[in-house]
Design a protein around this ligand. Sequence first.
Ligand SMILES: [Zn+2]
Length: 486
Amino acid sequence: MALRFYNTLALKVEPFAPAHDNTVRMYTCGPTVYDFAHIGNYRTFVFQDLLRRYLKYKGYQLLHVMNITDVEDKIIRNALARQQSLADYTAIYEKAFLEDSETLRLQRPERMVRATEHIPEMAEFIAALEKKGFAYRTEDGSYYFRIARFPEYGKLSKKDFSGMEVGARVDVDEYEKDNARDFALWKAPKEGEAFWESSIGPGRPGWHIECSVMSMKYLGDSFDLHAGGEDLTFPHHENEIAQSESLTGQPFARHWMHVRFLLVEGEKMSKSAGNFYTLRDLLVKGHKPSSIRFLLTSVPYRKQLNFTMAGLEQAAKSVERLRTFASRMRMMRLSAGTNPAAQAAAAKAKQEMRAGMEDDLNTAYASAAVFDMVREMNTLADHGELREGDKAPSLEVLERFDEIFAVMKDGDADKMKAAMEWARGQGLMGAAAETVPDEEVNRLIEERNAAKRARDFARSDAIRKQLADGGIVLEDTKDGTRWKRK
Ligand SMILES: [Zn+2]
């Protein structure tokens, strides 16, 4: 078994190993701190965490650099609108990102670096590009990359740009594929906007140059792996390659990994569709961080994930099944010895989990292997066929699983409480403060059903009233109780 990853640059699955010694040098595009990150962003960040964890699981050392983009178009626009300095404005969202990352148990990369702390290096990089003829200065003092000088432009996004207009320019950080133009490396100051004095004049960096400069500063001209969301392939990553390779003449990142977008309730997430969720929105609605993390890992990163509230409830049950199994194994009193069937189940789970992860991080396959083991062991336990010596191998499988998936440790309640307190502090709760979270509704419905079975109608009516006061309408059908919000 050898580790293999899909490489966007090669359009195929390839073996992966670090180029030098035992250390994987990798760069992942971090958050642009202009707002709270949404659940689609966190699919990418959870994937990056899983990638980290699996590389460590295999015994590699890591040098993982993640940037914090704290200057770009959206940030400048929003900070200006709020009449805040860039630093004050971005500090709020950087802090929120770090807190959310802890909530989702994302490991800290070895280095997290802010764009605004690397402005002199960016200016130098641009000056060097200009000297080699890859960049030019316009009359207002901005600098652009001359893509006609880099014939390989398009090699990552597989776009043919041969017919493009030479010398046409684009100065926004994000643009569509048919809009390939010389892109801004450095933007001259505009009225009211933040700018820096630098060796190439006053201004501020474009978004793409930030990542080229910071990755190469900490990882070298060539490094092992670069990852990000699929939307970054063009123009962001294409431009990073153009900037870096034209400067050094060396391959930039050898291996590129891109995480597919997710759908929410079957649709593209958008504020107008009403299916746009930040992590905090979900916590305040009563969903557990472990359920969210588990759901985000449930589909391999290159496949479409449909993120649904029903899926979150299912994920909560799955995590619970693992936690319950672990405590059952720890608590059970069993007679000495081993059962070969149980030993085989644990060995198979361990081997298949690894096989799944080696295969381009097939998380669905890897976790299914563990759930199969749990089911088999539970059946053996129910029939009194488990022995004391079967506990350790199965618990070891769970421990190994959790080194990668990180959902077993139960810190959910505290994290949800903290999110609620934060939302209250922000005055964001409003009507929602009185709202009963989904999980509490389900719990109360179960309690009501139990009361009805026990013919305790006073209690069942009281629960119905309590839910009605919280805006929850119950409907008893022959298939059980359904509910909706008023
Ligand atoms: Zn980047």
